[in-house]
Design a protein around this ligand. Structure first.
Ligand SMILES: *[C@@H]1O[C@H](CO)[C@@H](O)[C@H](O)[C@H]1NC(C)=O
Ligand SMILES: *[C@@H]1O[C@H](CO)[C@@H](O)[C@H](O)[C@H]1NC(C)=O
Ligand SMILES: *[C@@H]1O[C@H](CO)[C@@H](O)[C@H](O)[C@H]1NC(C)=O
Ligand SMILES: *[C@@H]1O[C@H](CO)[C@@H](O)[C@H](O)[C@H]1NC(C)=O
Ligand SMILES: *[C@@H]1O[C@H](CO)[C@@H](O)[C@H](O)[C@H]1NC(C)=O
Ligand SMILES: *[C@@H]1O[C@H](CO)[C@@H](O)[C@H](O)[C@H]1NC(C)=O
Ligand SMILES: *[C@@H]1O[C@H](CO)[C@@H](O)[C@H](O)[C@H]1NC(C)=O
Ligand SMILES: *[C@@H]1O[C@H](CO)[C@@H](O)[C@H](O)[C@H]1NC(C)=O
Ligand SMILES: *[C@@H]1O[C@H](CO)[C@@H](O)[C@H](O)[C@H]1NC(C)=O
Ligand SMILES: *[C@@H]1O[C@H](CO)[C@@H](O)[C@H](O)[C@H]1NC(C)=O
Ligand SMILES: *[C@@H]1O[C@H](CO)[C@@H](O)[C@H](O)[C@H]1NC(C)=O
Ligand SMILES: *[C@@H]1O[C@H](CO)[C@@H](O)[C@H](O)[C@H]1NC(C)=O
Length: 805
């Protein structure tokens, strides 16, 4: 650094002199000389640019033809005296947009490919590196390689390293953290979302980072938390976040033996056992303690009252028990956030418990046997932003109406009467999020207008027509109620353009026809009207939903042909029309992006055309229980071997806010990135048909030999058809039991007991071949299993937003 600054001083002196001696125009020249960045830094940056894949030109300004001074390049920060590169800010922004929809992959525009971290450390003065939320696949990082011999020393400047949410990042080395532990000056490290399941020794590796102050390893598939370790030498650690890892462990001793830590988040980590009885070492420093969403039990120890700095205490969704008074009488007065709901606390909560808590902004209360005893005239000392109440008793806590800053309201499992309902609905207009689950509200919604951005009212025995919504509403989930009429909602006249993206009204009593009013709702991404009594045809205005990704109309009594207009839903990925009375031919003209195509238990007829083989994303095809005939297209094996040009796409916009859950609450602490909580782990690189159900139709002919290539199928059901001949040999297909082929009297060969006439020799050889094949495919199969599990995890379970998970 010394040499550089003296160079700089020389230049400045030269410039001063030349300005004095010559005319002012030389100043311009000097300026451009001065600001030009270091040549070595420039070439290191260019090397990085050359290495990575940059599909959207994020680094287009990185070119001395475009911008002379590399300090002016996008994301590059230099020291303003030495002009050496000190910081790289290149996080990828994945805010949802139409463009993303067209591209199928929310990260299509991010940096990807591989890069060599050690070569970035050729930037001798680099102290800050943020490559978060990109889509890098490989990181090369080798302190031992000859080429990078020197980096061991140079990289010691790195203070801040953020590689989070590069979901596919794979280190050349198994022990990525061991490599990172050489960055001895590291203060901030975020590797969230990167799969570190091989890192059994992660804690040990990190203890060598004596300056480490902030560590984020959320959702890293970490397994081992070393519960028996008494002491972890993380003396500088202030922030520790390990959210969403599956430790399945008791609370580790070392955690409570950290001395200066102020923030701990181990929510959603499958922790069990009890809190220690002895006063934790961090009692004077801890400000935020998130232990929520675990399996912790036992009482809350008395030391709670000695956590003088505590501002956040989140214990919700555990099995803690004991009298709530031991907590409420012990609460530190600085509390801003207190989440106690969904536990087994007993006793009474009353207004008297809160008179000191004027700073409270987030409050969650309630257990099954907890009694709420609030004075109806109570005026709380706090103004909340977020309130969660579970089992709040019969009396509606009327102090809620004093909370004029409230933005998020969750009330669950109550038998409370919300009367007078008019007042309640009017109050909810101030909310961003209204989440009412399993309350017996039993209201007629016909004349209600909802006016919160996110409305979730599942299982409240609501009846009448689907309530109308204001343009503010983007997410409406009214599943599991008793609503009967969708027409007034769907055809409502709105002054402004509606912004609804999600409409879930499954498991209700909707009857009559779906009116032809979809053109009013062009912003919809997802529509789920499953399990109702809708009849008639799908109205052709459905085709105006060009952003639609998810459409589920299963289990109704809909009929007629699928309207051709559905072609307009160019982004459709999930179509579930099973258990209706649809007829006509299979809508093979549907979006080629379709991934889940379920038409089972209808009256479709005709055959499967070869066109099906062009569905390059298909994972589940269910045509069972129809009147289909003809043969299985020979080309179908293509669907199992084709590498999709859109390999890594998986964008159902099913909002699963889990990963960002606290961030979404943090909206109210003005953290802007929160709403972008779309979960889109990719499913894998191969697009493979995983489930094929053609059972109970009139298909005939032989099962094509080519299907023996479909070694990725998880589910195959060809039963109850008229297939004939021999089941193809030597493959996965034989791995299915006879149940996959039953009810085809003319079919023969294993796994059926009926032998084919030609099938009499050398069973041993065949068996051997079979075993070999199994070996070949086992690895892929595991991958597919995981993919399937993820698929169902994310998209098939009732997709819903829960702000208190
Ligand atoms: C360098 O720039 C930063 C940000 O513009 C400024 O805060 C700082 O004071 C500058 N330092 C010097 C020595 O000029
Ligand atoms: C690597 O660095 C060490 C000392 O830091 C030196 O002794 C050794 O020669 C270097 N190796 C190479 C291949 O440059
Ligand atoms: C390594 O870095 C230290 C300080 O960070 C410095 O004193 C030392 O000279 C450096 N060694 C080499 C070989 O660059
Ligand atoms: C903890 O780490 C510091 C710095 O890395 C070291 O000096 C100290 O000896 C370590 N203490 C223990 C008990 O390992
Ligand atoms: C905390 O760590 C110290 C070593 O620094 C150890 O002696 C002590 O037993 C530990 N306490 C607990 C409760 O594990
Ligand atoms: C619904 O709430 C009631 C109490 O009002 C409770 O007994 C029941 O277990 C809740 N149901 C579910 C599924 O949580
Ligand atoms: C549901 O609401 C209806 C009125 O629409 C009422 O008659 C019925 O008792 C309610 N059921 C429950 C379980 O609250
Ligand atoms: C659903 O609402 C209808 C009236 O629309 C009522 O007759 C019926 O009892 C309700 N069903 C339930 C389960 O509450
Ligand atoms: C379905 O609709 C048909 C008429 O389109 C009707 O005959 C039948 O009863 C309905 N089935 C159910 C279960 O409502
Ligand atoms: C489907 O039916 C058409 C016309 O009936 C026929 O030409 C075609 O070969 C059939 N395709 C298959 C795959 O059975
Ligand atoms: C699909 O299969 C057919 C034959 O069944 C073959 O001609 C064609 O090249 C295959 N296409 C791809 C993309 O593999
Ligand atoms: C195949 O489908 C038939 C009828 O649709 C069903 O009864 C059977 O259980 C299914 N078999 C398998 C293996 O899924």
């Amino acid at each position: 650094m010394a040499t550089s600054s003296s160079n700089q001083i020389t230049i400045i002196l030269f410039c001063l002199l030349s300005t004095i001696i010559f005319n002012s125009s030389s100043l311009v020249m000097c300026n451009s000389m001065m600001v030009h960045c270091d040549e070595k830094d420039e070439s290191t940056l260019l090397k990085f640019k050359h290495e990575v894949t940059d599909p959207s030109g994020v680094l287009s300004s990185w070119s001395s033809d475009e911008v002379k001074d590399c300090c002016q390049w996008r994301g590059v920060h230099c020291d303003n005296i030495t002009h050496r590169v000190t910081e790289l800010h290149l996080p990828c922004d994945t805010i949802q947009s139409d463009e993303i929809l067209d591209q199928d992959n929310e990260k299509w525009h991010c940096l990807t490919g591989e890069f060599d971290m050690s070569s970035l450390f050729d930037l001798e003065f680099l102290s800050y590196l943020d490559l978060s939320n990109n889509d890098f696949k490989t990181i090369k990082y080798d302190f031992n390689s000859i080429h990078n011999n020197k980096t061991c020393n140079d990289s010691s400047n790195i203070h801040y390293l953020d590689l989070a949410y590069n979901y596919h990042l794979f280190s050349d080395y198994n022990n990525m953290l061991h490599q990172i532990s050489h960055l001895s000056s590291l203060k901030f490290l975020d590797l969230s979302g990167i799969d570190l399941y091989k890192e059994t020794d992660w804690l040990q590796s990190l203890t060598s980072l004596s300056s480490l102050s902030e560590l984020h390893l959320d959702d890293c598939s970490l397994k081992d938390i070393n519960p028996s370790l008494q002491y972890a030498n993380l003396t500088s650690l202030k922030v520790l976040s390990l959210v969403s890892n599956d430790f399945s462990s008791i609370l580790p001793s070392w955690l409570f033996n950290l001395s200066h830590i102020s923030y701990i988040d181990i929510s959603k980590t499958s922790m069990h056992g009890q809190l220690p009885q002895t006063l934790p070492k961090f009692h004077q420093s801890i400000e935020s303690l998130y232990l929520n969403d675990n399996d912790l039990d036992g009482p809350i120890p008395d030391w709670l009252g000695q956590l003088d700095q505590l501002q956040v205490l989140a214990l919700s969704h555990n099995s803690f028990c004991g009298p709530i008074s031991t907590i409420l009488e012990n609460l530190p007065p600085l509390l801003i956030e207190l989440r106690l709901h969904s536990n087994f606390f007993t006793g009474t909560v009353s207004d008297k418990n809160f008179h000191l808590l004027s700073k409270l902004k987030i409050l969650g209360l309630g257990s099954e046997s907890l009694i709420f005893d609030f004075d109806p005239k109570w005026n709380p000392p706090f103004q909340l932003h977020v309130l969660a109440l579970e089992y709040p008793g019969l009396k509606f806590p009327s102090w809620i109406y004093t909370q004029t800053s409230l933005k998020v309201l969750y009330i669950g499992n109550s038998r409370t009467s919300f009367q007078p309902l008019g007042k309640f609905w009017k109050f909810t207009a101030q909310l961003e999020v209204l989440n009412l689950i399993n309350n017996s509200i039993s209201a007629d919604m016909s004349n209600v207008l909802l006016d919160s951005k996110h409305v979730m009212m599942l299982s409240n025995n609501l009846s009448g027509s689907v309530p109308r919504v204001s343009p503010k509403v983007t997410h409406l989930d009214l599943s599991y109620n008793n609503l009967s009429d969708i027409s007034p909602f769907l055809c409502q006249k709105m002054k402004e353009k509606g912004n609804l993206e999600t409409l879930f009204i499954s498991d209700n009593a909707l009857s009559g026809e779906i009116p032809n009013c979809w053109m009013n709702w062009r912003s919809l991404f997802q529509v789920n009207l499953r399990s109702n009594n809708l009849r008639g045809e799908i109205p052709h205005s459905i085709g105006s939903l060009s952003r639609l990704i998810f459409l589920d109309l299963e289990e109704n009594n809909l009929s007629g042909e699928i309207p051709l207009s559905l072609k307009g839903c160019k982004n459709l990925r999930y179509l579930s029309l099973g258990k209706n009375a649809f007829s006509g031919v299979i809508p093979i003209w549907i979006s080629k992006r379709i991934k889940i195509f379920q038409l089972g238990s209808n009256q479709f007829s005709g055959n499967i055309s070869n066109e099906i083989c062009r569905f390059y994303s298909l994972k589940i095809l269910d045509l069972s229980d129809n009147r289909l005939s003809g043969r299985i297209p020979i080309c179908m094996h293509n669907m199992t071997s084709m590498i999709s040009p859109y390999a890594s796409m998986d964008v159902f916009m099913v909002p699963s806010y889990s990963k960002y859950s606290r961030r979404s609450i943090a909206i109210f602490k003005s953290v802007p990135q929160s709403i972008n909580g779309i979960n889109s782990h990719d499913i894998g690189t191969l697009t493979l048909l995983e489930s094929l159900d053609l059972s109970n139709n009139l298909f005939s002919g032989q099962i094509p030999q080519s299907m023996s290539g479909m070694s990725f199928l998880e589910v195959l059901n060809l039963s109850c058809n008229n297939f004939e001949g021999k089941i193809p040999l030597g493959t996965q297909l034989e791995g299915f039991t006879n149940l996959s082929y039953a009810g085809n009297p003319k079919l023969c060969g294993p796994p059926l007991t009926k032998l084919c006439p030609q099938d009499e020799k050398l069973p041993n050889e065949k068996q051997k071949r079979e075993e070999d094949d199994d070996d070949d495919s086992s690895e892929v199969l595991i991958g597919v299993n995981i993919a399937l599990a993820k698929l169902f995890d994310h998209h098939q379970e009732a997709p819903q937003v829960n702000y208190f998970d």
